[in-house]
Write a protein that binds this ligand. Structure first.
Ligand SMILES: NC(=O)c1ccc[n+]([C@@H]2O[C@H](COP(=O)([O-])OP(=O)(O)OC[C@H]3O[C@@H](n4cnc5c(N)ncnc54)[C@H](O)[C@@H]3O)[C@@H](O)[C@H]2O)c1
Length: 282
């Protein structure tokens, strides 16, 4: 199966990086969001970033033009109709996903695979919204998706081997390293990493150390490239909380109980970099 045209839903934090990753690998990307301006903003950000990289000689001249010209921003859902493959990265909310999958299933060619970038929602439930459940699969990128090499490829109960093979090959084709993980809350990375963010938040809540010192401790003491609180600000506190809620809800294990401070940050709208304030100020 040749996949040339990627339909990408959601031009937020992840959509931006994923669009960039596919376009840099030569794929055409139809980038859709509920408002055209969200897609334009993402495309602008990619362009600016690549312009800086070109000026600093980190990428060859002409990279910006090549990448940006591959991404077609749109606010029209119907423009996704002739995509060969879908990556969905809309809000981490089951009602939003349900609406999107029902409409996608009606719009797309029957052979098209729909992959979800969800961090925490059950993919088996998402697949059941469609009549092509064997062609629904998890394709979990990491932030920033244009840089991070890992893709967790997650079959749900209904996913066929053929679908898995396509997603695995496509991940490798765009320069990523795919790792297959069965569907379980948090998959591999978030099951380990997000409880560490949660613990950092709880240590801060208990006033045991400052936010900066918690991060310094993990960078210098554990060799982490960034501390858990800075990482939370990068990922988004809402996303981190959603993962904790899933780990807690799916397992019933109290070790996954979300930190009170993490919940408060989300209620306050202090989500991290994307809102200008999180555990740190941006
Ligand atoms: N942030 C991370 O580090 C990270 C990492 C891996 C996976 N994810 C997952 O990726 C997905 C998106 O996360 P994000 O951090 O990019 O969120 P975000 O809030 O930054 O962006 C979500 C985007 O989806 C758009 N959207 C909402 N409803 C839509 C609809 N019906 N159709 C099209 N677009 C719609 C929003 O306008 C927004 O631009 C989530 O499922 C999340 O769990 C996030």
């Amino acid at each position: 199966m040749t996949i040339k045209k990627i339909g990408l839903l959601g031009a937020g934090t992840m959509g931006q990086g994923i669009a960039w990753a596919f376009a840099a690998a030569g794929k055409e990307v139809i980038l859709y969001d509920i408002k055209q301006e969200f897609c334009d903003r993402a495309l602008n950000a990619i362009g600016k970033s690549l312009e800086k990289s070109e000026q600093k000689g980190r990428v060859p001249a002409g990279t910006k033009a090549a990448v940006v010209s591959k991404i077609i921003p749109t606010g029209k859902f119907e423009d996704l109709a002739d995509a060969d493959f879908i990556v969905e990265c809309v809000f981490e909310n089951m009602d939003v996903k349900k609406d999107v999958y029902t409409r996608l299933d009606a719009l797309l060619k029957p052979e098209v695979i729909i992959s979800t970038n969800t961090s925490s929602l059950p993919i088996t439930e998402i697949a059941a919204f469609t009549k092509r459940a064997d062609k629904v699969v998890g394709m979990h990128f990491f932030n920033p998706a244009n840089v991070m090499k890992l893709v967790e490829v997650i079959p749900c109960l209904q996913t066929s081997e053929a679908t898995l093979d396509v997603v695995t090959a496509l991940s490798a084709e765009i320069g990523k390293t795919p790792v297959r993980v069965k569907e379980g809350p948090g998959f591999v990375v978030n099951r380990i990493l997000v409880p560490a963010i949660n613990e950092g938040s709880q240590i801060l809540y208990e006033n045991l150390a400052t936010a900066a010192d918690i991060d310094t401790a993990m960078k210098l003491g554990a060799g982490w490239p960034m501390g858990p609180l800075e990482l939370c600000d990068l990922v988004g506190a809402d996303i981190a909380l959603a993962v904790m809620n899933t780990l807690y809800g799916e397992t019933g294990d109290p070790k996954y109980r979300p930190s009170t401070l993490l919940k408060q940050q989300v209620r306050a709208g202090w989500l991290g970099r994307k809102t200008g304030k999180g555990f740190f100020q941006y």
